[in-house]
Ligand binder design. Structure first.
Ligand SMILES: Cc1cc2nc3c(=O)[nH]c(=O)nc-3n(C[C@H](O)[C@H](O)[C@H](O)COP(=O)(O)OP(=O)(O)OC[C@H]3O[C@@H](n4cnc5c(N)ncnc54)[C@H](O)[C@@H]3O)c2cc1C
Length: 490
């Protein structure tokens, strides 16, 4: 059996970023993910903001990680070709008393290396930079280094590049037990056993459960829900990420564009106990609309196309837990609340420092390739390029998702990529069929058909996102026959 140098538990943005960073080195690395796909946890549903880094108090590790992490995005986006735009953010003061706070933040963050921060009090200039902003704004803190990213597309890119450089990905592998014997970790899942000299716990909300498996029970993690409303692409066009002036506990409800040209409002912050509760609530949606309306009056409610919620893993300390622990070779990377997405590249570098101290070989491999090719997109081709592509492969011309203009070829590429899609959601999040106005009403059956054909599985075995999420149970006439046999139709 292979004894890995490092096994990472958890395929969120943190686990995948660590995997990609470690794929540089001459190390045997594997990643275990409990779900059918990576990016299925907190990474799937968040604001997708690459924060500038002024928001956390100075004594927190997360402030330092965020400022460093933000800077590392430029190179990462060039190498990995994921959608990322440094559009800048506004923190909006609606009362004169908030201006002082914004100026204090500007000064401190500038000293800490956040570039280009500017307090703007000229209302005309503010309106010119963001015409949608409320007339009530008395000033804004402009952070030009803030940006927007697709969190899941970045995570897929990280995993693809890590896999191209030798990291093994195992999905549907929920870690159930870990034994530490003679400096080797033996990790048991439902179906398999894995061995490794080092383990990195990046299990998000379930980080404490994994930590306890090696006897480490020294932190707390609490789920905190954040709800969102997503608007259709034509609803409005924002230039900037809009935050209210933050409170002590939250950055507040923001109004923000996405890299796909949509806009969203959210999140709120609701402490809950159930780590699977991602339902939206009437009260929550009302709360976020009220919050959004303060920044952009008359939010386009009728153009909302989806509500969703994500869960933060909130540690008792409100700070990241990145520890080389008392169990030799076991590293906790947990409690990665916001700005974890922004900080992931800096967190991965910190993990490498720990592994070096543990004696891991961090010599860069001769054949390491940091580049991940940009996925080809129908929408990016000129008419001439498209004609040529369709001649080469007619799957470029077969449109499956009419809202988003996604041809069959993009779906095939998503399925056959390294660490490719195996579920309907996997396809949707990689290349967008089902993300548009009709939310999959038209394209879902076709996507099921393509997955069934390409993975060589019956229609009934095609899943939405994982175990027990089948869309289809049997053919219509078979169900009728089954019911007849059972006497249900009488
Ligand atoms: C509402 C909200 C808004 C946010 N907005 C931002 C933002 O704008 N900018 C920003 O920087 N950050 C933001 N964040 C924070 C950011 O989303 C997180 O820091 C980041 O996604 C955490 O990633 P992770 O890999 O630690 O966790 P996850 O994505 O949850 O990954 C953990 C993985 O571990 C797997 N796992 C768990 N148990 C096991 C097991 N037993 N065996 C195998 N695998 C297991 C899970 O299935 C999961 O895939 C936001 C978070 C939320 C919830």
């Amino acid at each position: 059996m292979t004894v890995y140098d490092i096994i990472i538990i958890g395929g969120g943005v943190i686990g995948c970023c660590i995997a990609r960073t470690l794929s540089k080195y001459d190390l045997k690395v594997a990643l275990l993910e409990k779900e059918a796909d990576i990016a299925s946890g907190t990474t799937k549903a968040n604001s997708g903001v690459v924060h500038a880094g002024y928001a956390s108090p100075r004594e927190y590790v997360k402030r330092d990680m965020c400022i460093k992490g933000n800077k590392l995005y430029t190179q990462a986006a060039e190498e990995l070709n994921f959608p990322f735009q440094r559009i800048g953010s506004f923190v909006v003061a609606l009362e004169d008393s908030q201006i002082k706070k914004l100026e204090e933040e500007r000064k401190l963050a500038t000293q800490d290396g956040v570039p280009g921060l500017e307090l703007i009090l000229d209302k005309e200039k503010i309106k010119y930079m963001e015409p949608n902003l409320t007339d009530e704004a008395v000033g804004v803190l402009h952070a030009p280094s803030a940006g927007i990213v697709s969190p899941y597309e970045m995570t897929y890119a990280l995993a693809e590049n890590a896999a191209m450089n030798g990291v093994k990905f195992f999905r549907n592998q929920k870690v159930r037990r870990i034994k530490h014997q003679n400096y080797v970790f033996v990790i048991k899942t439902k179906t398999d056993e894995f061995k490794s000299n080092n383990v990195i716990n990046a299990a998000g909300l379930y980080g404490l459960k994994i930590s306890k498996m090696v006897g480490l029970d020294y932190f707390k993690l609490m789920p905190r829900k954040g709800e969102y409303i997503l608007f259709d692409r034509n609803a409005m066009h924002l230039n900037k990420i809009l935050f209210p002036t933050p409170t002590k506990v939250s950055k507040g409800i923001l109004v923000c564009p996405t890299v796909s040209g949509n806009t969203f409002v959210g999140p709120n912050a609701l402490n809950i106990t159930d780590k699977k509760d991602i339902a939206t609530t009437e009260a929550g949606l009302k709360e976020i609309l009220e919050g959004g309306n303060k920044l952009v009056p008359n939010m386009p409610v009728r153009a909302s196309i989806r509500n969703f919620a994500g869960l933060r893993a909130i540690p008792g300390t409100y700070d990241f837990i990145i520890d080389s622990t008392d169990v030799y070779g076991f590293i906790n990377v947990v409690g990665i609340l916001s700005p974890g997405l922004t900080s992931c590249y800096a967190i991965a570098e910190r993990v490498v420092e720990f592994l070096e101290l543990l004696g891991a070989n961090t010599k860069i491999k001769e054949d390491y390739n940091p580049m991940r090719p940009k996925p080809e997109r129908f929408k990016d081709f000129t008419k001439e390029e498209l004609d040529r592509k369709i001649k080469e492969d007619p799957a470029w011309g077969r449109i499956i998702c009419r809202c988003e203009n996604i041809p069959e070829k993009e779906i095939l590429n998503a399925i056959h990529a390294p660490v490719g899609a195996t579920t309907v959601d996997g396809v949707k999040f990689r290349c967008r069929p089902g993300m548009g106005r009709c939310q999959g009403g038209f394209c879902r059956p076709r996507v099921i058909e393509i997955l069934s054909r390409e993975l060589n599985i019956p229609y009934e075995d095609v899943l939405k996102r994982g175990e027990d999420t089948n869309f289809l149970v049997a053919k219509t006439k078979e169900i009728a026959l089954l019911r007849l046999k059972r006497g249900e139709n009488e």
